[in-house]
Design a binder for this molecule. Structure first.
Ligand SMILES: NC(=O)C1=CN([C@@H]2O[C@H](COP(=O)(O)OP(=O)(O)OC[C@H]3O[C@@H](n4cnc5c(N)ncnc54)[C@H](O)[C@@H]3O)[C@@H](O)[C@H]2O)[C@@H](O)CC1
Length: 199
C-alpha cells in the first residue's frame, strides 16, 4: 500500500502522459513479488487516477533473498528493463543487484536484528521458508536495475547507499519502539499517522 501511495505522489500525471497510458507491475516468485501484488491491488483501487494516464513500471521481482546469477526468465526481463526509458519504482531492493564478492558475511545487515527478533518471538510468518544465506544482496551493486524511485521497507538496506534515483521513500511503520531502541535503528519519525516517509 505504501508503494501505491507514494507512486501517485512522486509521479505527476503531467510528466507521464502518453498516448496509450499504462502501468506495469512485475512480480517475482517471492515475498517481494507478493508486495507487488498488494501494490497492484491498491493501485487498482485508485483506478480513477490510473485510467487517466500513467506510464510507470513497478519492480517487484526480487527483494533481499535474491542470490547468485539471475536465472531465466528473469534475466531477459531485467535486460529489457535496464534499457527502458520508462521510470522504474523498485520495492525494497532494486532487482538484479548481486554482491560481487559473494561469501562475505562479516557485515551486519540493517534488517537482520529485527528479523532475528521476530523469529525469536515467533511472529515471523514462516520461519522455515527463510534463509539467512541470502543477505549478501543487501550490500548491493550497480549491475542491477537503476530505478528512479526506491521504497525501502522497514529500514533502508545497505544497498540503498548506491541508489541514484530521484525518490527514496521509507515504508513499513510497524517496528516496535522496544526493538528500535534495542538495536539502535534510528528510524526517522513518521509524521502524524503517515505510513510512508520521503527520505
Ligand atoms: N516475509 C515477510 O514477512 C516480509 C517480506 N518483505 C518483502 O519480502 C522480500 C523478501 O522476500 P523473499 O525472502 O521471499 O525473497 P525475494 O522476494 O527476494 O525472492 C526469493 C525468490 O527469488 C528466487 N531467486 C533468488 N535468487 C534468484 C536468482 N539469482 N535468479 C532467479 N530467481 C532467484 C528464489 O528462488 C525465490 O523464489 C523483501 O525484500 C520485501 O520486499 C518485507 O516486506 C518484510 C516482511
Amino acid at each position: 500500500m505504501s508503494l501505491a501511495i507514494v507512486s501517485l505522489q512522486a509521479y505527476q500525471l503531467s510528466s507521464l502522459v502518453k498516448a496509450r497510458p499504462s502501468l506495469l507491475v512485475i512480480c517475482g516468485p517471492g515475498n517481494n513479488g507478493g508486495d507487488g501484488l498488494v501494490c497492484a491491488r491498491h493501485l487498482k483501487l485508485f483506478a480513477k487516477v490510473i485510467d487517466e494516464a500513467y506510464n510507470l513500471v513497478i519492480d517487484a521481482i526480487f527483494g533481499f533473498s535474491f542470490k547468485g546469477a539471475v536465472r531465466e526468465p528473469f534475466g531477459s526481463i531485467l535486460d529489457v528493463l535496464k534499457k527502458t526509458t520508462v521510470p522504474i519504482a523498485s520495492i525494497d531492493i532494486p532487482s538484479g543487484q548481486t554482491f560481487k564478492d559473494g561469501g562475505n558475511h562479516q557485515f551486519l545487515p540493517v534488517l537482520f536484528p529485527i528479523v532475528s527478533a521476530w523469529i525469536e518471538a515467533g511472529t515471523w510468518s514462516d520461519p522455515g521458508s527463510f534463509s539467512f544465506k541470502g543477505w549478501d544482496v543487501e550490500q548491493g551493486s550497480t549491475d542491477g536495475l537503476q530505478p528512479d524511485m526506491l521504497i525501502s521497507l522497514t529500514a533502508p538496506k545497505k544497498s540503498a547507499s548506491l541508489f541514484r534515483g530521484r525518490y527514496h521513500f521509507l515504508g513499513g511503520r510497524f517496528v516496535p519502539t522496544a526493538l528500535e531502541k534495542k538495536y539502535q535503528l534510528r528510524l526517522p519519525p513518521y509524521p502524524g499517522t503517515d505510513c510512508v516517509l520521503q527520505l
